[in-house]
Design a protein around this ligand. Structure first.
Ligand SMILES: *Cc1c(COP(=O)(O)O)cnc(C)c1O
Length: 394
């Protein structure tokens, strides 16, 4: 692990984190990306106060740092603490990002927002702030995902958003991103593209990381209060990488082990972009991506729709390249086991995405000392996964 080098920085003027990142976008989007970067960089104290108020009164922050004592005793090693992002409005960390971006869109005078969604979690969060701020809201979603995630489609529509089906390519998340980017090229004057993770062209990875960093900032304060020091290890799951980036970034210069957990999938495939992919340009940035030898993007496969993405945020690629964060894969089966273990040991049903992080934390806790502490970010609640899990196991 690399320690002692200051890594808590903004990317350079081209949006690069080391050799990763950048702004690989159509020329016509450049002015909007620069306008967005400027609005973000000149956030006023009033903006920050408004965001803090929304995070508290609308989102439900701060979230607790909970000592999972029964689980820790059961494992018989390190103490496991859960950062309870599952308790936020909407049931996941996604709200941290959309509240910030909605305030930016309002400052920029945008009347319409668009977003992509895979599992529907980011689509629901976007639809919530669309209603809250009175934006016209349209969500791009692959037809395959619309079939798989019907309850979230109903929620988005109830919240007043329009869901636009995408039946190109594999009819899933990466195709929804492509369509949202295409829409934005033609609508950029009136429209803000509310991207759902630390991906896309600069400044999106920076903006989303900053809005999600409230997770890691709270972990830092709460750890001191709850167990008197920083954790020995912090674990978070990585799809695009937003809950992990927000968890890790405030701790990146501290002497704390950090592990990002990717979707190891099954024999059909995986979503382990950093562990098993290679660098390339995808969705506006240079980062690790799942691609074949000709540079064709490969399909990701995971039991968790939220980790089913063949790309990853460029800052994660950077952290891996300097050996600051370790990235490991957890399989579908291991995640399902952790899903049941946490439900039965603690009465908390984790999202199947978050269950990947729980699985890795439990595995490592077992070989650590009871005086050591692990914090796991519980990125979301698992009610959305119930039906499918039960079917998978019947
Ligand atoms: C969307 C989602 C993820 C994956 O997204 P990241 O950007 O990697 O955080 C993980 N967990 C939950 C509960 C999600 O909704």
């Amino acid at each position: 692990m690399l320690i002692g080098k200051k890594l808590s920085t903004y990317p350079d003027e081209n949006g690069m984190y080391g050799e990763f990142g950048g702004r690989y976008a159509p020329e016509s989007l450049r002015p909007a990306l620069i306008e967005l970067e400027e609005a973000f960089m000149s956030r006023t104290p009033k903006f920050l106060r408004e965001l803090t108020r929304l995070n508290q009164d609308y989102g439900g922050r701060p979230t607790p740092l909970y000592h999972a004592k029964r689980l820790s005793d059961h494992v018989g090693g390190a103490q496991i603490y859960l950062k309870r992002e599952d308790l936020l409005h909407g049931g996941a960390h996604k709200i941290n990002n959309v509240l910030g971006q909605a305030l930016l869109a309002k400052e920029l005078g945008k009347k319409r927002i668009i977003a992509e969604t895979g599992a529907g979690q980011h689509g629901v969060a976007t639809a919530m702030v669309g209603a809250l701020f009175g934006f016209e809201t349209q969500i791009y979603m692959g037809t395959k995902d619309i079939e798989r995630q019907k309850p979230n489609v109903n929620r988005m529509e109830l919240l007043g958003a329009e869901v636009i089906p995408v039946d190109k390519g594999s009819s899933s998340l990466k195709d929804a991103v492509n369509e949202a980017l295409r829409d934005w090229v033609g609508s950029v004057e009136t429209t803000h593209y509310m991207i759902g993770s630390v991906v896309g062209p600069h400044p999106f990875p920076l903006i989303v990381r900053e809005f999600q960093s409230v997770i890691g900032q709270e972990i830092k304060e709460q750890s001191h209060r709850v167990f008197g020091k920083l954790p020995d290890l912090v674990v978070a799951c990585v799809g695009g990488g937003s809950n992990a980036a927000g968890t890790f970034y405030p701790l990146i210069d501290n002497c704390v082990d950090l592990i990002g957990v990717e979707a190891g999938g099954n024999s059909q495939g995986h979503g382990a972009t950093i562990s098993k992919g290679s660098p390339g340009i995808f969705h506006g940035a240079y980062s690790y991506v799942l691609q074949d030898n000709d540079g064709q993007i490969q399909e990701a496969h995971s039991i968790s729709a939220g980790l089913d993405y063949p790309g990853v945020g460029p800052e994660h690629s950077f952290w891996r390249s300097v050996d600051r964060v370790r990235y490991e894969a957890v399989t579908d089966d291991e995640a399902v086991r952790a899903f049941y273990t946490l439900s039965r040991m603690e009465g908390i049903i984790p999202a199947i995405e978050s269950s990947h992080a729980i699985s890795k934390a439990v595995e490592i806790a077992a070989v650590m000392h009871p005086k050591q502490n692990i914090v796991v970010t519980l990125s979301g609640r698992g009610d959305k996964d119930l039906l499918r899990e039960l079917e998978d196991n019947s």
